[in-house]
Design a protein around this ligand. Structure first.
Ligand SMILES: [Cu+2]
Length: 175
């Protein structure tokens, strides 16, 4: 029938748009697991890890470690970073899976708050550069939810209309 053809076309458009937006989002906003597979640990060489990364505005740092063993303290200055002065902390995290959003260009400093660990090398200096992030500060978590909610299970005029609306919104947001 005519309706089914149109529905299929919209569905194909929607899937293509969704895939491209996922790829675009991944290209624009990366998640950096600090220390790679070794994670946030005394044995990790964070200088060599950061030198292999490019941190862009919109990216996220993810600190992974056994909760209670380490923590993440953001330091206020390079001097505090160099001297491991964790008393100057501007932010403190301790869940073991801590996410820090790099929301603007500049250099930020992190250290472990467990006594002695910063001196053993558990500190991180991250310089964020301006990326080509989209001007709309839409949270990255809301978009996938709306995309997955549009998965067609019951065909019909209502689902066709909602698919078209989502497809149009998707195309508009991608421009
Ligand atoms: Cu530690």
């Amino acid at each position: 029938m005519k309706m089914e053809g149109a529905q299929r076309a919209v569905l194909v458009l929607l899937v293509a748009c969704w895939v491209s937006s996922v790829i675009t989002r991944q290209a624009l906003a990366a998640k950096h697991v600090v220390g790679g597979s070794q994670g946030w640990d005394e044995s990790t060489n964070f200088n060599s890890w950061t030198s292999a990364q490019t941190f862009k505005v919109g990216d996220q740092l993810v600190f992974k470690y056994p909760q209670g063993l380490h923590s993440v303290v953001e330091l206020a200055s390079e001097a505090a970073y160099k001297s491991c002065d964790v008393s100057t902390s501007v932010n403190s995290l301790s869940t073991g899976n801590d996410v820090v959003k790099l929301d603007k260009p500049g250099t930020r400093y992190f250290a472990c708050g467990t006594p002695g660990h910063c001196g053993q090398g558990m500190k991180l200096k991250v310089t964020t550069v301006a990326g080509n992030a989209p001007s709309t500060p839409a949270s990255s978590s809301s978009s996938p939810a709306s995309a997955s909610a549009a998965s067609p299970s019951s065909p019909g005029l209502a689902s066709l209309v909602s698919l078209m609306v989502v497809a149009i919104l998707c195309v508009l947001s991608a421009v």
